[in-house]
Design a protein around this ligand. Structure first.
Ligand SMILES: Nc1ncnc2c1ncn2[C@@H]1O[C@H](COP(=O)(O)OP(=O)(O)O)[C@@H](O)[C@H]1O
Ligand SMILES: [Mg+2]
Length: 319
């Protein structure tokens, strides 16, 4: 059966993000069309062994602008990995479509880099070998020397210059994930997709890799979509935080703009004026509201266009 037709959404489902005035002009102004459009996406597993069909999520509609970092927060089992797999082209939705740079996603492609939680490195190849393999698939026309230089640039970027000739078995978890990040970036994808990439790491390593990721995405302006269940990680990294309700029949409940300045750092996060209002808003969603998101607003063609939330500062206590 041919896939169901999808309806193009209006040029922008969501209002553009404000640009931090302290930074140089935005190289990707928000008036540009979105890089990614997720249109009325649904995923239902068919009935099996006497069980009724299982709807993981339905009516997901949102967009991502070029150069932005978007985090997806939601409880276990709500369909985050399934959504990421669909964006990666590794899984087909049962409804709707994903459009990347004007073209519908129909399968995996090197215009999307994927970073998995469990590294997925080739154990028999060195750090450099793992990355040049990816670079060679992306740029088959390049000479060996050019591919190697390109790979080394990204190995340096993630701070692994000293370990370029080591095998994965000689690396710590944090180092392995740095290889995963370097490999994802080295193919210079339109979109970097990450499924809880720091989830398996200890707290200290996780913190330093969060700093690294923040520095790298600020430097490279890499458009990124990352699943996390760590609220502070989302606040540090994301320009926008997409909140998914509990499954089954999960929906995108809302999309929250990150009001913290682009100059934010992990150490200074809790001193930012809007940190606690934002953190409380996200926490309230996870502990209470995520179980009670109404679904009546799913439009048959457009899906459920989630509200964009600007968290308000806490009211100053009256004297
Ligand atoms: N092949 C399958 N058949 C039926 N249900 C599935 C299948 N694969 C995943 N699921 C269900 O889909 C839901 C979403 O899974 P997943 O995307 O991994 O969630 P998350 O990443 O948010 O934890 C889960 O409830 C899971 O049990
Ligand atoms: Mg998952």
């Amino acid at each position: 059966m041919p896939p169901p037709p999808y309806r193009r959404s209006p040029p922008m489902l969501q209002a553009p993000l404000a640009h931090d005035p302290r930074l140089p002009p935005d190289p990707h102004p928000a008036s540009a069309p979105p890089l990614i459009e997720v249109i009325n996406l649904g995923l239902t597993y068919p009935a099996r062994r006497g069980q009724p069909p299982f709807c993981v999520f339905e009516g997901l509609s949102f967009t991502i602008q070029k150069g932005k970092f978007v985090c997806l927060l939601g409880h276990s089992g709500c369909g985050k990995t399934s959504l990421l797999n669909i964006l990666a082209g590794l899984q087909k939705p049962t409804d709707g479509a994903v459009v990347l740079a004007g073209k519908e996603v129909t399968g995996p492609s090197l215009d999307r880099g994927v970073i998995f939680q469990h590294y997925a490195l080739m154990p028999w190849r060195s750090v450099l070998g793992n990355i040049t393999f990816a670079v060679r698939s992306r740029y088959p026309q390049w000479s060996k020397t050019r591919g190697r230089e390109h790979a080394l640039k990204y190995i340096e970027l993630v701070g692994l210059g000293e370990a370029a000739n080591k095998r994965p078995s000689e690396l710590s978890g944090g180092m392995k994930q740095r290889v995963g990040i370097a490999r994802g970036l080295a193919i210079e994808p339109l979109m970097l997709l990450m499924d809880e990439p720091l989830g398996a790491l200890d707290a200290l390593t996780r913190g330093s890799l969060q700093d690294e990721l923040r520095r790298i995405v600020t430097e490279t302006q890499q458009t990124s979509f990352m699943i996390t269940h760590d609220i502070d990680e989302a606040i540090l990294l994301a320009d926008r935080i997409v909140l998914m309700s509990n499954g089954p029949n999960a929906v995108i409940a809302e999309i929250v703009n990150n009001p913290l300045p682009a100059t934010r750092t992990r150490e200074g996060l809790h001193h930012e004026a809007m940190y606690y209002p934002l953190r409380n808003h996200l926490m309230d969603f996870l502990v209470a509201r995520s179980a009670h998101v109404e679904r009546t607003t799913i439009h048959p063609g457009k899906g459920r266009v989630p509200p964009i939330i600007d968290v308000q500062p806490d009211p100053t206590p009256s004297p």
